[in-house]
Design a protein around this ligand. Structure first.
Ligand code: NI
Length: 176
């Protein structure tokens, strides 16, 4: 199924999400929830989706992205599908990069956001296995965006100012 998405203004997007107990990961309905989150994300042309965006206040997000931003749907479909549960940022590079971001909870707008170039994150995967990995580039950006969602933060909070905040039409003119 495709979940309805929460939009900015909904208080759920501003709350810290609750940790997912391991028992929930082991439940029979969990793979279906994950599959539906990926469906919802893909249908909306997104590269990440966090549970608060479908009205669930849980520390859970799905990501489909690589170190480079995919230029087409088929490129994106070849990217790794990552399920992130109860993530914790362990390290972040001082060096930052600026790039455009959108969000499935801020329909119709884009903005340029600074993010750490490389991060090390610890999380639990969809099988309940603890993972620690270091990611860079666009994938690191998506991880930071999704982890922010689980802490009640939106990308506009990370922008240094609102000068680049753009409608989709203006973004398309200026993205190069
Ligand atoms: Ni988002």
């Amino acid at each position: 199924m495709i979940f309805p998405r929460t939009q900015f203004g909904d208080p759920i997007l501003r709350k810290k999400a609750k940790r997912v107990p391991l028992a929930v990961v082991k439940k029979s309905g969990f793979p279906k929830l994950i599959a539906d989150m990926f469906h919802t994300m893909r249908r909306a042309d997104g590269v990440g989706l966090a549970a608060p965006q479908i009205g669930l206040p849980l520390q859970l997000a799905v990501i489909e992205a690589g170190p480079q931003r995919a230029k087409s749907k088929s490129q994106r479909a070849r990217n790794e599908r990552i399920v992130v549960i109860n993530p914790k940022l362990l390290r972040a590079s001082k060096e930052k990069s600026y790039d455009w971001e959108g969000c499935l909870s801020l329909d119709g707008v884009r903005g340029k956001v600074p993010r750490h170039k490389t991060i090390t994150v610890r999380y639990t995967d969809e099988r309940g296995v603890a993972r620690t990995r270091t990611v860079s580039g666009f994938l690191a950006r998506v991880f930071q965006h999704e982890i922010d969602h689980l802490n009640g933060k939106l990308y506009v909070d990370r922008m240094e100012n609102m000068e680049t905040l753009s409608t989709l039409g203006e973004f398309r003119k200026r993205k190069k």
